[in-house]
Design a protein around this ligand. Structure first.
Ligand code: NAD
Ligand code: AKB
Length: 311
């Protein structure tokens, strides 16, 4: 039987992952945890600070998870504004959880990010195994977290797995990252008919629609471990977007949509340090990863959802 605990469950990814996990494993089997309750969710929830080792151990003892989806983190832009807290939560929280996993023997899913790469990484067709010298605190915690997860697997046999997510686009609000513009643009298009991008024209980044991101997390945890050469930090991607490409896709539905640009220096410099396009062939080979949504399919689905919500 699969019993699940999710940290950071009230955030952008948790808001979609928790319902999908409950659908798959049963509502009572999935305990959502965060510093505060999720906006919409009504299933089992507990307040849990992932940096508090005693509290994490107590929740694990009470719920007895077989797998923890560890989503608690500060994202790239917030992390640059609060680097000390980002280190404490992103790396301290992960270390705390892995220590509990070492004792209690549950599997751990930890998302890394395209932020684990830096300006010296090959930008096009970024390989699975390559140079990683990120220049943000978020990126530093992500690459260190990848290594920590590998270490707990090889040293202690903890079943650690994970993916390097690109920017995730969804109808749940983003948590303070560099790719947030790609969510904001859809809401602004429906509500105001215009959007001012904080990334400049031509800034290309890997992106993925939330249903694919949720499926990636669940599929890598269900994958046959005998096939896994890598375990943590699988490159995964679905599409490569610029603000203009998103604008063009939105204009198929809303022809009068206006897009202009007012680049934010912090988030632009972060975006400029990340890859243009990941090579996700290791995930495709080792656990049959395939994205299902391209730009047009995502745009059709997301605009429909936002319109239903906004009315
Ligand atoms: P988010 O910012 O939307 O949510 C993170 C959640 O963590 C928040 O609800 C916050 O309250 C919680 N949190 C913060 N500090 C905490 C603490 N001390 N203890 C417990 N909870 C705490 O982030 P998200 O977008 O849902 O991201 C989830 C994971 O996926 C993160 O590891 C992130 O780095 C990774 N990721 C996300 C994206 C993306 O585009 N959303 C891309 C790559 C990787
Ligand atoms: C961010 O922009 O910080 C996140 C990410 C790509 O990790 N969305």
């Amino acid at each position: 039987m699969t019993r699940v605990l999710v940290t950071g469950a009230a955030g952008q990814i948790g808001s979609a992952l928790v319902p999908a996990l409950r659908e798959a494993y049963g509502e009572a089997e999935v305990l959502a945890t965060d510093l505060h309750p999720p906006a919409a969710d009504t299933g089992p929830f507990a307040v849990l600070d992932c940096t508090d080792g005693r509290a994490v151990a107590a929740q694990v003892a009470a719920h007895r998870p077989t797998v923890v989806f560890h989503l608690a983190a500060l994202l790239s832009a917030v992390g640059e504004r609060k680097p000390q807290t980002a280190f404490e939560v992103n790396l301290g929280g992960l270390f705390t959880l892995l220590e509990v996993a070492r004792e209690s023997r549950f599997a751990v899913f930890t998302p890394s990010s395209i932020a684990a790469f830096g300006p010296s990484t090959p930008r096009d067709g970024t390989p699975q195994d390559t140079l990683q010298r990120p220049t943000t605190m978020y990126g530093v915690t992500k690459v260190a977290g990848e290594l920590l997860c590998d270490y707990y697997h090889t040293r202690y046999g903890v079943d650690t797995r994970g993916v390097r997510y690109p920017g995730i686009i969804s109808d749940s609000p983003p948590g303070g990252g560099t790719t947030d513009y790609a969510v904001e643009i859809f809401f602004a298009a429906v509500e105001e008919g215009r959007y001012t991008s904080f990334l400049k024209r031509g800034t290309q980044l890997d992106m993925m629609y939330m249903p694919d991101a949720v499926r990636a997390a669940m599929e890598v945890m269900e994958a046959d471990s005998a096939r896994l050469v890598h375990r943590n930090a699988f490159n995964v991607t679905a599409m490569q977007l610029t603000p203009e490409r998103l604008g063009d896709a939105i204009r198929r539905h809303l022809p009068d949509f206006e897009l202009d640009f007012d680049p934010d220096p912090l988030r632009q410099s972060i975006a400029d340090s990340w890859p243009n396009r990941l090579d996700d062939s290791a995930a495709r080979e080792e656990w049959d990863w395939r994205p299902q949504f391209d730009l047009d399919a995502m745009t059709d689905d997301l605009l429909r959802r936002i319109r239903e919500r906004v009315g």
